[in-house]
Design a protein around this ligand. Sequence first.
Ligand code: ADP
Ligand code: ADP
Ligand code: MG
Length: 452
Amino acid sequence: MFKKILIANRGEIAVRIIRCCKEMSIETVAVYSTADATSLHVQLADEAVCIGPAKTSDSYLNMENILSAAMTLGCDAIHPGFGLLSENSTFARLVEECGMTFIGPSGDVIDQMGNKSVAREMMIKAGVPVVPGSPGSIKDEKEGKQIAKQIGYPVLIKASAGGGGRGMRPCYQEEDFDLAYQTAKAEAKACFGDDDMYLEKLILNPKHIEFQILADNYGHVIHLGERDCSIQRRNQKMIEEAPSRALSQELREKMGQDAIKAAKGVHYRNAGTIEFVLDQEGNYYFIEMNTRIQVEHPITEMITGVDLIREQIRIAANLKLNYQQSDIHLQGHAIECRINAENPKENFRPSPGKINSLHIPGGFGVRVDTTLYQGYQVSSHYDSMIAKVIVHGANRLEAIRKMRRVLGELVIDGIDTNQELQYLILHHSEYVKGHFDTGFIEKHLDELVNEQ
Ligand code: ADP
Ligand code: ADP
Ligand code: MG
């Protein structure tokens, strides 16, 4: 087993990984920017190294500084967390070239799955259903319109390098194609420095259903059930739950088998997520694979009892999977609410600032993954997600009741957050009935935000 792991990340996920390492008796090295000098991950790690100024390109994306910190301090592995360098194949390769282990898949698989139009092609070969769309990327508006006509409107114009819901635009008719294409392409260029685009049919009112998989270095692959991440704003997840009410046991098994097929098809190893959209007729289509630990991984941990970070580390250390598929049983129901430093009433404007007072709820079946403490300064330089509140109940209604209690109890004073919005969603009759799709927040935004 590894002796010392460097965590190339910040925020709650860095804390989550450090905690797991401690439980495995592995020493930890935190890296931090000058803006994060007093952060919780720095305080909890055995050692910490400043890797540069606040800007992520100078610090958390600075591969040279991170690698030299890891080598100087004698680390034998690096965990990239999510976001930042986690899906950067160059980084994954450099870690290995420096004689350390990258806790994740190979650089080649990161490249293949990181290009979403290449990933589509590979899934077609693996026999996994994908959304009807363009074969590979499209070279210009003209070709895009030809393909859109063939697959039929509405279509979704998407960036091959996309992530975080950025670089995609729906288009309902040919007249609007040029503008939608140019807007999506410009956003892709700005966000990812890569404006390669592809087309998918826009699935109307879908649910976002994703499967967690684990694959070891010996070809064993299992899935750990699904997460329903349909409560989204602008294609970005806000509330996730597991399991999904929309899946029968039969459909769960079918999709789970396809998720395993997808992972085997690309010789995947370590933890990964296969994302699907599920239409109203029960048809499902692959949209992308995330080659890293996911923000919402705790809800899977709650219903399966499997520590996913621990499994990631074990797999990277060449150990065999601890579990067979038959060991995985989904127990009860889990929900996660992402708490963001933002003001929903002002178009979700980010709200950095100092935490004046804080109360983190607890209780049976409650988990709060956060870096907040009283006096902590939420920086404007990083992602606005500051906490994840996770609950586990015997069934969905119990989990909803628990989440309402927890959101009612949570106090984060000093900045604006989306806590009240989350509370209102948890009380919305359509949400409670399970009547929601990816358009839920947009559809109910006025009653949830503006009429308060
Ligand atoms: P997912 O839920 O599929 O893991 P998200 O929509 O949460 O992805 O996030 C989109 C992208 O932003 C991902 O690459 C994710 O890793 C990254 N991201 C999300 N939250 C944070 C955060 N707090 N810090 C750094 N990166 C983040
Ligand atoms: P990202 O890499 O930004 O996470 P995804 O391809 O996973 O991009 O899509 C993000 C979200 O956009 C999905 O969760 C879903 O809500 C929506 N979406 C993506 N593709 C489609 C599609 N073909 N039809 C309808 N909605 C889609
Ligand atoms: Mg996605």
